[in-house]
Design a binder for this molecule. Structure first.
Ligand code: BGC
Ligand code: BGC
Length: 654
């Protein structure tokens, strides 16, 4: 039987559950036709082993409807106390971007560990009528263990994509997993496998690249970095955590790059541009997939049974579980934050219900009793969740990495991050000013020069990543500090802006500037342009004094910066490099006799726009201006090149 055959196999199959659901309850959510056979196939390895399946069935047989419903609900730590798990045996808790330990985003790592253990202890305690099943704790560790003070923050995915080095991405993910596991947390909501087709989308930096083949390569490596290789067959939690391929599907394909928007594209394009990462992640053993907030041709992904069940679970053979996104179920017509059968019936296995989850629990129990949610569908969801928990080794007492808080910000992890920063830098222009001699007089200036928060961007300490302070990064180094160290070591002089008056002219100025931190929704743009005047004025002022200028541009995406490029003698796209600012100095600052210490290795993971007025990709081929620099572009010391003067009128193609 083909995986997409509509024949009912047994009542526990997802498809049977679905058909039953459609018959018994909510009318199926209408969406465009899907052709599962046109999609790539894949298969989850080492998840449905006979040993795991036997344990799953044994547990399931003892669980009440209430206990099963508990498993399919995840609440946020800001709205659930460990004690609540006695009355409501939830399967999972998460720490959202703005949630800290008892409201404290800057709680020490030891407090996070205590919190995780407190939830876990209640979930596994022996009580009458309760089957002890460890709760799974999830967090957005999307560029390192980024909610935790002291963790190493790695470049956001766009920077990793620029390295084109998936083995490096694997090591980054491995280091992230160790820091997450050290705090007792078992599940990272990463990697994002979006293909951002319009960089005005504020989440563009969460995507690795615009090339589906590269996304697929990174997907596999990143999942294996977080989880270990599936082939080992070992319990995963020894220094590893569950990964999440997100957001299924088409999060990066929305009209005009609008967050949570609508993909107005044909099925063939959805497959070609947006699906590539998933088969690779599934074959690599990814344990969870997160549904996308976005819609496809007007229908919300959370309700799309054909894509979630027939494509993802059947055609792509995904045996783990699908988690919904933050209250994503509430966005479906006829659904509410505290009541929604349709999303579970469509194939989401766990609802991310940060708050309002108590009534959701009661309503879901009632829906199962009335048949609005078929018992077989609930059982299928619970089976998938238990399978993941067993595969992870959550039932095992031994957790060798838990409590090893020395791993947070460890020298080894910092070295990996610094290497990633070095390799992620893309040299757009260099008229010969780089590399800077280590014995030169160097002025380092610009609003973001000494600002680790700006280097890290969104999803850092808080959701949007704004309002961080120096003390949030005890193990970090700013770009300024990194250059200072390199110049001091090389016998040069660091000139600070405030003491530049009256003293001899600097040989060169490094100006660091770029986008301020942002995350979901708040990062969307109408135009793909960087339009803060301050940096440009500063560059022009320095040039007026006869000082050559190197621009280091921090951004979550390529933006129209023709004026800044023209005004600068060298221009480096540094993306959102994270806490290891020293990696920038490694490449910019050469030896005292002007030889490079490290060459540029990064190339553009996305086209760099030549116009700001037209959407670079979404406008349709006829209206698209050719990119200023196509993806794959990047100069180096070994392969220099000249960039002609660029047009400065917004909207004029090169
Ligand atoms: C985001 C997800 C994230 C979740 C939990 C959602 O708003 O879309 O990517 O994992 O919140 O913070
Ligand atoms: C949470 C994030 C979440 C977002 C979605 C925020 O309050 O902290 O984790 O992704 O809301 O709306």
């Amino acid at each position: 039987m083909t995986p997409c055959s509509p024949t009912v196999r047994d009542v526990s199959s997802p498809l049977a559950a679905l058909l039953l659901g459609a018959l018994l309850a909510s009318p199926a959510i209408a969406h465009d036709p899907v052709h599962p056979e046109a999609w790539p196939s894949a298969r989850s390895p080492a998840l449905r082993t006979p040993a795991i399946e036997a344990r799953v069935e044994e547990l399931l047989a003892r669980m009440s409807v209430e206990e099963k419903v508990g498993q399919v609900i995840q609440s946020d730590i800001s709205a659930v106390e460990p004690d609540d798990l006695r009355r409501y045996p939830l399967g999972s808790v998460l720490a959202g971007g703005d949630s800290g330990v008892h409201g404290d985003e800057r709680a020490p790592a030891s407090a996070w560990l205590d919190l995780v253990r407190a939830y876990r202890a209640v979930s596994v305690e022996a009580r009458p009528g309760h089957v002890p099943i460890p709760v799974i704790f999830g967090i957005d560790a999307v560029h390192g263990h980024n909610n935790i003070v002291g963790a190493v923050i790695f470049p956001h995915n766009i920077g990793l994509g620029a390295t084109h080095d998936s083995e490096l991405a694997r090591r980054v993910a491995r280091a992230t997993a160790e820091e997450v596991a050290a705090t007792g947390i078992e599940w990272a909501f990463a990697p994002t496998l979006a293909n951002p087709r319009d960089v005005r989308w504020g989440r563009s930096y969460e995507g690795f690249a615009q090339d589906p083949a590269l996304i697929a390569r990174f997907a596999a490596a990143y999942v294996e970095g977080l989880q270990g290789t599936a082939a080992s067959g070992n319990a995963i939690q020894a220094g590893h955590v569950a990964a999440t391929a997100k957001h299924f599907l088409g999060d990066g394909g929305t009209f005009e790059g609008r967050d949570e928007g609508d993909d107005r594209i044909a099925e063939a394009e959805l497959i070609r541009e947006h699906a590539a990462g998933y088969p690779a992640a599934i074959d690599a053993g990814v344990l969870t997939v997160m549904a996308s907030f976005s819609s496809w041709r007007g229908a919300k992904m959370h309700g799309n049974a054909d894509l979630l069940t027939r494509v993802l679970k059947e055609r792509m053979g995904f045996d783990g579980f699908v988690v919904g996104d933050w209250n994503g179920h509430a966005q479906l017509p006829g659904c509410f934050r505290d009541h929604c059968a349709a999303v579970l019936n469509a194939g989401v296995d766990m609802l991310m219900a940060p708050y309002g989850w108590k009534r959701l629990y009661d309503n879901t129990v009632a829906d199962v009793r009335s048949g609005a949610i078929p018992a077989a569908r609930l059982d299928d969801a619970v089976r998938r969740i238990l399978r993941v928990k067993l595969r992870l080794g959550l039932f095992d007492a031994e957790r060798p990495y838990e409590g090893r808080l020395d791993l947070l910000g460890s020298p080894a992890h910092r070295a990996t991050a610094r290497e990633a920063v070095r390799k992620s830098l893309v040299l757009l222009k260099n008229d010969g000013v780089l590399p800077i001699r280590a014995n030169a007089r160097v002025l380092v200036t610009g609003l973001a020069a000494d600002d680790i928060g700006a280097q890290c961007g969104g999803w850092t300490i808080s959701w949007q990543g704004a309002d961080t302070r120096k003390s949030d990064f005890p193990n970090g180094e700013s770009i300024f500090a990194g250059i200072k160290a390199a110049i001091r070591a090389g016998g040069g002089t660091l000139v600070e802006a405030r003491d530049s008056e009256g003293s001899p002219k600097p040989d060169v100025a490094v100006v660091v500037y770029g986008e301020k931190p942002y995350a979901e929704m708040q990062g969307d743009l109408k135009l793909a342009i960087y339009n803060a005047r301050m940096a440009l004025d500063e560059i022009r002022f320095l040039k007026g004094l006869g000082i050559p200028v190197v621009s280091v541009f921090l951004s979550g995406r390529p933006l129209w910066v023709n004026q800044e490029i023209n005004a600068s003698d060298a221009f480096v796209a540094a993306w959102l490099p994270g806490t290891e600012g020293g990696g920038v100095a490694d490449v910019l600052i050469g030896t005292a006799d002007g030889q490079p210490r490290h060459d540029f290795a990064g190339t553009l993971p996305f086209d760099w726009p030549s116009v700001a007025l037209l959407p670079p990709l979404a406008a349709g081929p006829a209206q698209q201006a050719p990119p200023l620099f196509a993806h794959g572009y990047g100069l180096s010391y070994g392969h220099p090149g000249r960039v002609p003067r660029l047009p400065e009128v917004i909207g004029t193609p090169r």
